[in-house]
Design a protein around this ligand. Structure first.
Ligand code: 5RP
Length: 225
């Protein structure tokens, strides 16, 4: 069993019958979804789920998990998702994919948000390994980019997979992948980007995680807020 699967199985222990559970997106989240389906099949677990992406919804449905649409919920019991970067103060960078908007809505709506990752995701500061994905309204991209550059950001619109156009998120936004000076605190950056007109959402998840489960060479450790 690899570390991503190990940590996902550990997170599944937090799931109890009757819960409404948010499903994250990515390879670690997929192991969690598969484990929920196994618990439903073999142990009689009874849950309802809400997905952070179409791909996770399709996977959950293929495993016979019950799904409700995001627009029908106002809170959830538990959200489990992966991350691209995790700092010691439990700030995350997420959104390498296209589903930031739903992911952050679920993280905020959850009574408990548990992050699952292997040790490769631990960093000393947000932006260490990846640019910060910033979803922008398509017609606002140039103005938003200019505002972000005024804060010291550098970057560009993310190209699409064929490299003949721009990446469109599941919410219909463009993505600016921006790098900032490492000395800028994630909390400051979070506020500055939140206050930028034209920005729909961004990949810094500040003050949202309740617990972080990290698997490192077969051992899981837990950090709580
Ligand atoms: C998607 C995410 C993922 O959780 C993140 O990219 C981690 O993915 P993986 O579990 O495949 O390493 O934020 O938007």
């Amino acid at each position: 069993m690899n570390d991503k699967q190990l940590v996902a199985l550990q997170a599944a222990k937090y799931v109890k019958s009757g819960m409404l559970v948010g499903l994250g997106t990515g390879s670690t989240a997929n192991y969690f979804i598969a484990e929920l389906a196994r618990c439903q099949r073999e142990e009689g677990l009874k849950i309802t789920t809400v997905a952070s992406s179409t791909i996770s919804a399709q996977y959950a449905q293929s495993l016979q998990l019950a799904i409700v649409a995001l627009e029908h919920i106002s809170s959830i019991d538990l959200y489990v998702d992966g991350a691209d970067e995790i700092t010691s103060d439990m700030t995350l960078l997420k959104g390498r994919g296209s589903d930031l908007v739903k992911e952050k809505l679920l993280a905020k709506a959850a009574a408990q948000f548990i992050v699952v990752a292997d040790a490769s995701k631990l960093v000393s500061h947000i932006g260490q390994n990846f640019a910060i994905p910033i979803e922008v309204i398509p017609f606002a991209w140039q103005l938003a980019k200019k505002s972000l550059e005024a804060m010291g950001g550098t970057g560009n619109l993310r190209p699409n997979a064929a490299n003949d156009g721009f990446w469109i998120t599941s919410h219909g936004s463009y993505v600016l992948d921006m790098k900032f000076d490492a000395s800028l605190a994630a909390s400051t950056l979070n506020t500055l980007i939140n206050n930028t007109p034209g920005v729909v959402e961004h990949g810094i998840f500040y003050g949202l995680s309740d617990a972080i489960l990290i698997a490192d060479n077969g051992t899981v450790s837990e950090r709580c807020a």
